[in-house]
Design a protein around this ligand. Structure first.
Ligand code: SAM
Length: 287
């Protein structure tokens, strides 16, 4: 797939000062949700009944990875909104190149979603809510645009160990936004609403990467045909910047985990279970 957008290339000096999002935009890094396509397959598998006629919205769709994956693996109409217009332009170009007529993108703000009440069967919010200063208002909006019994699929990254203050400060500088030091319980409190039901949750830890794995990933990003117009000098500068960010994030992610949290908006019966139970470890088969 060859993606072309009118990209204005910066100078080598400018590249050295780019933050993470700007660097990602420059080299078209896919910017996947935590866990990549496997996370999206888990969400679709655990939300049976989604199909033709259903609409999904991703808030913070960045350069489109999740929307395109969801559109290609379901018969749903999938929409992405992001506050960055350049990311939205990239996403549209990818959808056109892939011929995915059920993937739609527009610029939008998660705290003022420009869709009517109850318009979507599912709302996907991966690593976006932490970037929004008024998180409670954003989550209210997520629920507003969901239909009754619709599903909020949230994939927050959270701290399960206290990171060193200097590391946090450096990550905040790299992403250009304050980083909430939130635990999983904090996120569950934020995403829950009266009458909503957390019906699925799974927690994951990140693998710690070697320098060689980071090198190989940076090379793969730069080798994409859409970067062929960059000079070797510019590619080298962008590669060094990416390598710096991934090494920093690798350190930070060692203190974090992420969770897939699926909430249903409203419950047909909210009566408590009398004979409660728990799964017997090692007895589940999933292929
Ligand atoms: C880390 S990226 C998320 C990428 C990917 N969807 C994921 O989950 O990992 C965060 C995205 O949220 C977008 N964003 C930040 N504030 C936003 C807001 N108020 N409304 C919509 N998108 C926003 C940013 O532009 C960025 O593309």
């Amino acid at each position: 797939m060859s993606i072309t957008t009118a990209v204005q290339r910066p100078t080598v000096d400018e590249v050295r000062r780019l933050n993470f999002s700007q660097t990602v935009g420059l080299v078209n890094e896919p910017n996947m949700c935590s866990g990549g396509a496997a996370t999206l397959r888990t969400i679709l598998r655990e939300t049976p009944g989604l199909g033709a006629g259903d609409r999904i919205l991703e808030v913070g769709s960045n350069t489109g990875f999740s929307v395109l994956e969801l559109a290609s693996s379901s018969h749903c109409e999938v929409h992405g909104i992001d506050i960055e217009d350049s990311s939205v332009e990239f996403s549209k170009a990818k959808a056109t190149a892939l011929g995915l007529a059920n993937a739609h993108f527009k610029v939008g703000d998660g705290t003022r979603i420009e869709y009517p009440d109850g318009h979507f069967s599912m709302l996907f919010a991966s690593n976006v809510t932490s970037f929004i200063p008024d998180r409670r208002r954003a989550v209210d909006e997520y629920y507003r645009v969901l239909e009754r019994f619709g599903v909020l699929a949230a994939v927050p990254i959270f701290y399960h160990r206290q990171p060193p203050a200097a590391l946090l400060a450096e990550v905040e500088q790299a992403i250009g936004a304050p980083l909430p030091r939130w635990s999983r319980a904090d996120w569950e409190e934020m995403f829950g609403r009266p009458g909503s039901e957390l019906f699925f949750s799974e927690e994951y830890e990140y693998d710690y990467l070697t320098a060689a794995q980071i090198d190989a990933y940076v090379a793969a990003v730069l080798d994409q045909p859409c970067n062929d117009d960059m000079s070797e000098e510019l590619k080298e500068a962008a590669g060094r910047r990416l390598h710096y960010f991934y090494t920093l994030f690798n350190e930070n992610l060692a203190y974090t985990r992420y969770a897939i949290l699926l909430y249903r908006k409203g419950q047909p019966t909210a009566f408590p279970v009398l004979h409660t139970s728990s799964a017997v470890a090692g007895t589940a088969i999933r292929r």
